[in-house]
Design a protein. Sequence first.
Length: 296
Amino acid sequence: MAIFEGAGVAIVTPMKENLEVNYDKLEELLEEQIAGGTDAIVICGTTGESATLTEEEHMRTIKFAIDKVNHRIPVVAGTGSNSTATATQMSKEAAEAGADGILLVTPYYNKATQNGLIKHYTTITDEAKVPAILYNVPSRTGCSLAASTVAYLAKNAEYVTAIKEASGDISHVADIMHACDGAIDLYSGNDDQIVPILSLGGKGVISVLSNVAPKETHDIVALFMEGKVKESCELQLKALPLVHVLFSEVNPIPVKAALNLMGKEVGPLRLPLTEMEAAHQAVLEEEMRKFGIKLA
């Protein structure tokens, strides 16, 4: 059984003006996402500014989301780190708190060999004992999972069940699916490649777009799964201009700006991320309107 099928939102972490995590606002966002048809909550990933949360904030935010969602839809906790020991401890805590799965980014900065990646992921998942989604995003980490490594983990590491593929390289994705031969679930990590990845056997997407358009992102996947490929593709293509502007600056700068434009009051970003440039925000407003998103 897949952890989820459909669109999982890589949800932002709302902040107060003093840059404390705004848990009241997070609860509102969680409720709005569930009401909007989102299929899973992915908490404390890249979009959730996990890199600038303290470990205490990180775990509190994960546990808060698990508690508030209360089994209505799956919650996947971002617990990856470039320290295997840190990732293991956070993953164990998330599992104990009731996470339905964990999202484990490849080790960044210090990187790792493919053998090191196997040991890293095996160590974490053997300890946490909860379904794990590998997260391949080499543009962020400088470290990429080879197709053969993914296949080894899928077939030999009991709790490695899925991969979030954000390399942007469809050929690499195809190689992974060929090497795994049905042993792994695949999620798109790029909102502009949902349909292509579904066509290779994907289960859905872990999405930034879902923050501002949960129903439409859900529908891209649902329509495809219902065999309505033409309609799914039309919706994917309609979303492309908005997706592009949501990544016109480093994620999650644009998506937080978009949510604030919608009146969601998700607050500022923690440094080194800064507010969206005015010229880019003007384009963002235009594309949000074109897509039919109501602004405050």
